[in-house]
Design a protein around this ligand. Structure first.
Ligand code: ADP
Ligand code: MG
Length: 347
């Protein structure tokens, strides 16, 4: 081989090396079964190794949360629920304490409408079980539990120690764990250097960064019918959470009984079919969607203001779409005919 051909061969090898080293942004996608739903993680990144490490982290963290925060199967939370009725102080699983403290604040801000202490009511209705119930529980049993006023404020946290002054408290973070868990996973993946990412738990999601050159487009399900009622484009760091009466419900003698319970009555909240909240973090958005669903068409503005969320859409049981001006700027209605829309500021 002449020195010239060696140089040429070397040049070609260098070129191939440069091409294979030139990494393009790619989409990486995985789905995990957590919190009873499929959680879809999509990462856009130019480093396959970093993306793979991030996916492994997401999988491990979601599995950990799923195991630890289960209210009705042996877990750290289950143990707490078993110890609460004793009235004594005990050491609680440390990963649960931030969940308790954060939801204490949110519960106060929601005027008690977001109330993860009503686990006994949820269990009485049977919404915690894999199989849906088919009849409402006896009215007396519901009344008896409501009269005991279980509240997050009944719990006192001191370091690792926990105590409840109300034996009727049972924790169920079903309205909140998804949002809080998504926040934790996003924080971890950001620390690994991931900048473009969406974590989508069946339409409840948080996205950071961008989807290539486009923002992320999110569809909001029509609570009465097929397909989407509206869409929003999100970019930067935002969460979109929806609570709806179509997620888990049964019909009994012509009435729909669904899984979002009004802690004041002990019955499924009336007057609303779905609430969507756009907010920076997932935990607040998840808690707010549930609380505003309970608040209903007459009270949602007051509670939204108190919880510090300003992008809200509530669809009432007459099909009227209520929203804040900040939400109206972001939302694109997708169904025809366009429903009645009422835009009103938060007092
Ligand atoms: P989804 O889980 O379908 O997205 P939500 O976030 O609204 O819907 O959570 C509903 C779940 O939260 C119920 O299945 C129940 O476990 C729990 N829950 C029901 N009512 C309340 C309430 N008023 N406050 C807190 N948690 C609630
Ligand atoms: Mg919620």
């Amino acid at each position: 081989m002449t020195s010239r051909s060696i140089l040429r061969a070397l040049g070609a090898a260098l070129l191939i090396g440069a091409l294979s080293g030139c990494q393009h942004t790619q989409e990486y996608n995985e789905t995990f079964l957590v919190f009873g739903t499929l959680v879809d993680v999509t990462i856009y990144d130019d480093d396959p190794n970093r993306a793979a490490a991030a996916m492994e982290t997401a999988r491990a963290d979601f599995n950990y949360m799923q195991r630890t925060w289960h209210a009705w199967k042996p877990s750290a939370l289950y143990r707490i629920n078993q110890l609460i009725p004793s009235g004594a102080e005990f050491s609680a699983g440390p990963s649960i304490l931030p969940l308790i403290e954060r939801s204490q604040t949110l519960s106060v801000q929601s005027h008690g409408l977001f109330n993860p202490a009503i686990g006994r009511l949820i269990a009485l209705w049977g919404f915690q079980s894999d199989d849906l119930p088919n009849t409402p529980p006896p009215q007396d049993a519901i009344r008896a539990l409501v009269a005991q006023h279980p509240a997050m404020a009944d719990l006192q946290v001191k370091g690792l120690r926990l105590r409840s002054s109300n034996p009727a408290v049972q924790l169920d973070f079903g309205a909140f764990a998804k949002g809080y868990g998504i926040d934790l996973v996003i924080e971890r993946l950001r620390a690994l250097g991931i900048e473009n990412l969406i974590v989508n738990a069946g339409g409840d999601l948080r996205a950071i960064g961008r989807h290539g050159e486009r923002p992320w487009r999110i569809g909001i399900r029509n609570p009465r019918g097929e397909g989407v009622i509206a869409s929003v484009d999100i970019q930067g760091d935002e969460s979109v959470f929806t609570s709806g009466d179509y997620e888990r419900y049964f019909d009994y003698e012509g009435t729909r009984y669904h899984h979002i319970i009004d802690p004041r009555t002990g019955y499924p909240a009336r007057g609303t079919t779905s609430v969507t909240v756009i907010h920076s973090d997932g935990a607040d958005a998840d808690a707010a969607a549930t609380a505003l669903f309970v608040a209903g068409p007459t009270q949602w503005r007051e509670i939204a203001k108190s919880m510090g969320v300003d992008k809200v859409m509530l669809i009432d049981d007459q099909g009227v779409v209520h929203m804040t001006p900040a939400m109206a700027e972001r939302i694109h209605m997708q169904i025809k005919p366009v429903p009645t829309i009422r835009i009103s500021p938060l007092e």
